[in-house]
Ligand binder design. Sequence first.
Ligand code: HOZ
Length: 430
Amino acid sequence: MSTGASIKAFEEAQQLIPGGVNSPVRAFKSVGGTPIFITEGEGAYLTDVDGNKYVDFVQSWGPLIFGHRDESIEAAVIEAVKHGLSFGAPTVAETELAKLVVSFFDSVDKVRFVSSGTEAVMSAIRLARGFTGKDDIVKFTGCYHGHSDSLLVEAGSGAVTFGNPSSPGVPADFTKHTLLATYNDIESVKKCFADSSDIACIIIEPIAGNMGLVPADKEFLAELRKICDANGALLIFDEVMSGFRGSLHGAESITGTSPDIITLGKVIGGGMPVGAFGARAEIMSQLSPDGPVYQAGTLSGNPVAMAAGYAALSKLQKNGQIMSVLNARALRLVEGMKAAATECGITMQIDTRGSMFGFFFNEKPVKNFADACNSDAELFAKFHSGMLDEGFYFACSLYETGFISTAVTDEMIENTIQASAKVFKAITNG
Ligand code: HOZ
């Protein structure tokens, strides 16, 4: 496989853009090699500047549940563009998307749109603090909630990929209100509440996707709900990644635990930059201009982004069976890869939720961040590079999640499994 054009493009990009990328994980640093530069996506495939074609299991890190260039999303965007790119004034499209989003979630009466997941979570935290009148927050090590100051503490995703789960540039004063607990460990949460009577909220990815895929136990989430209720704190489910991916109706629909606030992103924008946070009316009424908690954005509710989001979500709503089809494919993929790995004496831990899949090269089950960090990173890097050579594009960090789109066929899944068998053999013989 020739990658000369990608190598050249990366060299040029590095002269002008830090690390050559506009979001760190993309740099391939933890897996080695050069990031491939993309020219085009079509259905399940990506094409790079050298003309190589890959089955895409990243899908822009989650948004593209219908694959690249979905006809109805593309048509909706083109139609919206014809009427103007941005107005900075209300449009009916915002209310239409809000109605659709609210219809998916039992716990959401009102929603506000922003332009990214980071913004959604940052605003949700402010809202929780404003609503409760308290300052501290509890977050879990390995969960990633975007790159705002108070949340960039022991974070997953790109932060941990580069060994900086807490970033320089964030004053200690800004993070002193962030209390850390261990995912799936209720005692660690109880300790936070024993240490502080000023906790505004617990924020959690109920299906963590930023330390690899690590779903929270149902019982654990139920306990979080109880602790929040007993202490006058709010429970925030960060579903920027898992929203419309793990389940169509949020983690609450598959775990039985309802959050007070939910944050969304990725799929909700159909590939355009959209984030959102929503809650019951009592909480949302604290938000400006109804209430005192300030939050704003020039491009919030952008008409083109709203059109893309509406097209994506309405297609999901009309195709309720999609999630089980995607889950069956996700499961077949990781089970097939695991069987191929086992044949070569490699132990893999696997899991899926809806259209999300995860795998670790790890002897033991992964329940939290420390477990995830005990995975074999070197083996992951070899696997990633081998699969890329075979034409399969996986997330370039073991601390990320894989995604299946509706454009990925059963045949592509079988081909991926066969390729993984070849790659595992090459790795173990070499
Ligand atoms: N933090 C994102 C995934 N969890 C990566 C975003 C990107 O690099 O595009």
